[in-house]
Ligand binder design. Structure first.
Ligand SMILES: [Mg+2]
Length: 216
């Protein structure tokens, strides 16, 4: 990766082991409107904003809900998530980020999750690691739209061909590729068959880290 000087990280399932909490809170919130959802469905929508996720689930179920109901369920999902979420960083990610930082890479974070949750994650010793952070409320269209990653590239003021994106979900990979960026995926949530849009797939953060550090 000799041209890469910028690495843009997705957050959920890449930096923080948060997907089990998202799944539990979506299931509980949706059960209040008698709607059920599988783990896989949620993993496949990972990266979209909360509002986009619920809109997609509702349209898939052929139901029509008032805006008020949708907002209520979304608010409940966020409340449950905030109540149960405990920050646990993905294995090996902090050392990897600090190593990239010490090698003067530009680092950014691009997530569909809200800033209040991102702040809790950054408190785990990652305060000054990212030069640019793009959260769910900062974009009009979440992943798989290219908007979140393009916003990060613009704010970093770097060339697209110098950037590498790290993702774990199909919508995030599509967003990065739609933005014209190289994207590596890690199989931390889904097996490789769902991640085929990526330029390269690694079983874990540690495998990715070894590859990047050794080829730098
Ligand atoms: Mg993710």
């Amino acid at each position: 990766m000799k041209n890469t000087n910028t690495v843009i990280f997705d957050m959920d399932g890449v930096i923080v082991d948060s997907m089990p909490y998202h799944i539990k809170s979506w299931k509980e919130a949706l059960s209040t409107i008698e709607m059920s959802v599988s783990d896989l469905e949620i993993y496949l929508m990972e990266g979209m904003t909360g509002r986009e996720t619920i809109d997609k689930l509702v349209s898939k179920s052929n139901r029509s809900l008032s805006d008020e109901t949708v907002e209520k369920v979304l608010k409940l999902k966020r409340k449950i998530f905030n109540d149960i979420f405990t920050v646990k960083l993905m294995k090996g990610i902090r050392d990897f980020l600090l190593e990239l930082n010490s090698r003067k890479y530009h680092l950014a974070l691009v997530t569909g999750t809200r800033l209040e949750v991102v702040k809790k994650v950054l408190q785990m010793g990652l305060d000054n690691v990212f030069k640019v952070i793009v959260t769910g409320e900062m974009v009009n269209n979440g992943k798989p739209s290219p908007e979140p990653y393009l916003k990060a590239v613009h704010e970093l003021d770097v060339k697209r061909e110098d950037c590498l994106v790290i993702e774990n979900a199909p919508a995030g990979i599509a967003s990065a590729k739609n933005a014209g960026l190289t994207c590596f995926a890690v199989e931390t949530s889904l097996p490789g068959e769902y991640l085929k849009g990526a330029d390269r797939i690694f079983p874990s953060i540690d495998d990715l880290s070894k590859f990047l550090i050794n080829s730098a």
